[in-house]
Design a protein around this ligand. Structure first.
Ligand SMILES: [Zn+2]
Length: 438
């Protein structure tokens, strides 16, 4: 039994506690409350007094790409979404070793930013080793691409084999899922073939309704995505009756929207789409930084919430966005929607990164500091002038920093230093790899 004592505990599921404590046992939280009460109830426990920090639940990134940590700045959204994604996809033939080192750097950055659970997506599944080595929790989704109906079965079989091999190599905190990349890059035949090839209960993730280019491609308009994909050998997938351009409607009509599917972006959606997403149990991964960088527009989160679509935040990747820093994503979320007249409080934003994210991923084991949940905890050191005040605002503030991270009660970051992995070695190797793509 161990007690963590801190200036503030912000359980998210409940009001914050000044001079608070958590009691941890066997990787679980067993008590939360004022220090004096928790101490009195557990007089023999070992005490770890972490001082003037705010303890919050480990952050949960519901959509990211660990393999793309080294491509920041290489491709700009200034010339449209289509040109950006064609540039990114053209890197696929690069050596897998590069993506392995990139994923390790990404997992390090996520840990340093306080993320403890990640919903990763990538073409090789390099995130499995990266998360396992760092000690982080998460699900790595192996991406599948294909617009040719005749090849769908073979692509699905290969993908299912890849998922099984990755799952066998994954540590106890890491699961493996599948990600048909997007409706324009993975056709309905591939979605159905993947459903047949993969076991029930596997996690699914994708991108939906990200850009106007996607609407144009689905509705069969020439140019746009088709023109930039052709030179790299990628065909545009065709969906029956998709002339309206709505990815959500086309996918719902094709029967591929399933309970628990996590869909990133959802920018170009209307009320009918939102109602369909809710009815099919789809969860929204909101990526405001990426949407803004690629000039895709603002996701109507108020409409998705009103329809009952669970919604949380994802950092996407430096290919289009930031550096796996979920609190920065939350601050961007605040700014994006404030400009449209929608206000989020610091507590609501932190909830999007924790409690709401766990709900979106269908998890009841993480996302809040309450008894019975896994002891995934982050200690954030606010700017000195931020305490006393609102601990949620102090923990979100850009001037605060992540000091300690625990997963299952195991320290993974102590005083900003990773415990399981060597940060300098990862950064040096990744730096060398970056030269190969520049
Ligand atoms: Zn993405």
């Amino acid at each position: 039994m161990r007690l963590l004592r801190a200036a503030w505990v912000a359980p998210i599921a409940d009001d914050p506690v000044a001079d608070g404590a958590l009691a941890l046992d066997g990787g679980l939280i067993v008590a939360v409350g004022p220090w004096e009460r928790v101490r009195a109830d557990h007089p023999d426990a070992v005490v770890d007094d972490v001082g003037g920090v705010v303890l919050i639940p480990g952050l949960i990134d519901v959509h990211c790409h660990l393999e793309w940590s080294l491509v920041g700045g290489l491709f700009s959204g200034a010339h449209g979404f289509g040109r950006w994604i064609a540039g990114l996809l053209s890197l696929f033939p690069l050596a897998e070793g590069l993506l392995d080192d990139a994923a390790r750097l990404a997992a390090l950055r996520a840990l340093q930013a306080g993320s403890t659970t990640l919903h990763d997506n990538g073409p090789t599944g390099a995130g499995v080793a990266a998360l396992t080595e760092a000690g982080l929790r998460g699900t790595v989704h192996l991406e599948a691409f294909g617009s040719d109906p005749a090849a769908a079965g073979e692509v699905a079989r290969r993908t299912a084999d890849g998922v099984a091999a990755l799952a066998a190599a994954a540590g106890p905190r890491v699961a493996v899922g599948v990600s048909p990349h997007a409706p324009y890059s993975a056709g309905p035949e591939l979605w159905h073939a993947l459903t047949r090839a993969l076991p029930d209960g596997v996690s699914w993730s994708t991108h939906i309704a990200e850009s106007q280019d996607e609407r144009d491609a689905l509705s069969g308009r020439a140019g746009g995505l088709a023109d930039v994909f052709a030179p790299i050998g990628v065909g545009i997938a065709r969906w029956p009756g998709a002339a309206h351009g709505s990815s959500v409607r086309a996918m719902a009509e094709a029967g591929v929207l399933g309970e628990g599917l996590v869909a990133a972006h959802l920018v170009h959606v209307d009320e009918r789409d939102a109602e369909l997403l809710a009815r099919h149990g789809v969860r929204a991964a909101h990526c405001p930084v990426s949407n803004a960088t690629l000039r895709c527009g603002r996701s109507p989160v108020e409409m998705l919430r009103a329809a009952g679509v669970p919604l949380a935040l994802g950092t996407d990747s430096p290919g289009s966005a930031g550096t796996y820093d979920l609190r920065a994503e939350a601050r961007a979320c605040l700014a994006t929607h404030a400009a449209a007249g929608l206000h989020h409080t610091p507590r609501e934003l932190l909830a999007m990164c924790t409690r709401d994210a766990a709900h979106a991923l269908g998890r009841d084991d993480v996302g809040a500091l309450v008894p019975g949940r896994r002891a995934d905890v982050v200690a954030i050191r606010p700017r000195p002038e931020a305490l006393p005040g609102d601990p949620h605002a102090a923990a979100l503030d850009a001037g605060s920093r992540v000091e300690h991270v625990w997963v299952d009660g195991e320290p993974l970051l102590r005083d900003g230093i990773p415990v399981r992995v060597d940060a300098a070695e990862i950064e040096t190797r990744a730096g060398g790899r970056r030269l190969a793509v520049c």
